[in-house]
Ligand binder design. Structure first.
Ligand code: UDP
Ligand code: MG
Length: 312
């Protein structure tokens, strides 16, 4: 934390050349009106368009605008982590760089922070996105909440403000499959949500592709819940118990009624069913083992290539 910088705004950027001028146009008006010194940290996450060039030009002409450039594309959550690690503000604001998070909301976050909240997160009351994506998100938040060991706020994503003490705790959470929204909730302290409308994307298709979103959803579920493993145990117990019952019924049919209980097609479908169930839960165990493997390798979350506008 630096005594001079009160607010850090961290924004991950992956091929947002079309949005950056608009974004800075709106954001600069907001930060310049803040009551205390600020920094805006753009994290270039391996963009292959002109994003980095644009950001470097902006950094030259605007004090307080800093750029971190990663060595390749590490993904949204790792880019945010890189930004968080370099943020010096007493309060750190995370937002997306596609203008889905309106910069004009930042002063509302700061007001809440001044009231004494350590975490202020945006709750999306409306998402201007395709209905299927909205529905999937709604479902995800609810499933995740039902499974997780701590209650997650519903419909809250990255867009948030965190006090520096929360940031310090985030940095003590070394997991590699980072789901920052979850880690932020895990940190605790005084948290509150603000109803915010989520804008539609300024330009082009989402940079977080569907497969990356599913990965993130899996990270969210498997990093915060052991329930899937417990479900395997319970289903295993049930199916073992049912096998005794079916066996007993089979014997009754054979010796008392003199006929077979089930014919072979049923036996075959049961075999496939049990086999499928076993593979399914092997897959679930695999999800956990894969995550353990990532932890054991202990590779860095991101690799820096360049820093622009930083003092050190
Ligand atoms: N982003 C990133 N690295 C990636 C993908 C996305 O830094 O690999 C950035 C992207 O430029 C944007 C933010 O993360 O600023 C959110 O991305 P996107 O809008 O695609 O996510 P969505 O809003 O669909 O969840
Ligand atoms: Mg977006």
């Amino acid at each position: 934390m630096s005594p001079d910088i009160h607010y850090s705004v961290v924004i991950p950027i992956y091929n947002e050349e079309a949005t950056i001028p608009l974004l800075w146009g709106r954001l600069s008006k907001v930060v310049q009106r803040l009551d205390s010194p600020y920094e805006v940290i753009f994290v270039n996450d391996g963009s292959f368009d002109a994003s980095l060039k644009l950001l470097a030009q902006l950094a030259e002409n605007n004090a307080g605008l800093k750029v971190i450039s990663l060595s390749r594309n590490f993904g949204h959550q790792c880019a945010l982590t890189a930004g968080i690690d370099h943020a010096k503000g007493r309060a750190v604001i995370l937002m997306d760089g596609d203008l889905q998070d309106a910069p004009e909301t930042i002063p509302r976050f700061i007001d809440k922070w001044k009231e004494g909240y350590d975490v202020v997160y945006a709750v999306r009351n409306k998402r201007k996105e395709a209905w299927l994506k909205r529905l999937t998100f709604k479902l995800f938040y609810r499933i995740n909440n039902a499974l997780s060991e701590i209650p997650f706020p519903l419909d809250a994503g990255i867009f948030s403000l965190m006090d520096h003490k929360v940031i310090k705790e985030l940095q003590r959470m070394p997991e590699h499959n980072r789901y920052i929204t979850g880690l932020r909730t895990y940190a605790g302290f005084r948290q509150t949500g603000l109803l915010v409308e989520r804008e539609s994307r300024q330009d082009g298709a989402p940079r977080v592709t569907l497969s990356k979103l599913f990965n993130l959803a899996f990270d969210a579920i498997f990093s915060f819940s052991k329930t899937p493993l417990r479900v395997a145990t319970i289903i295993g117990l049930f199916s073992a118990a049912s096998s005794f019952i079916i066996g007993a019924v089979g014997l009754y049919y054979k010796y008392f009624l003199g006929r077979e209980f089930l014919s072979w097609p049923y036996g075959l479908s049961t075999t496939f069913f049990i086999g499928g169930l076993q593979l399914f839960f092997l897959g679930i165990i695999g999800e956990y083992i894969g995550r353990i493997y990532d932890e054991v390798k202990n590779r860095p979350y991101y690799i820096l290539d360049k820093k622009i506008g930083f003092d050190d």
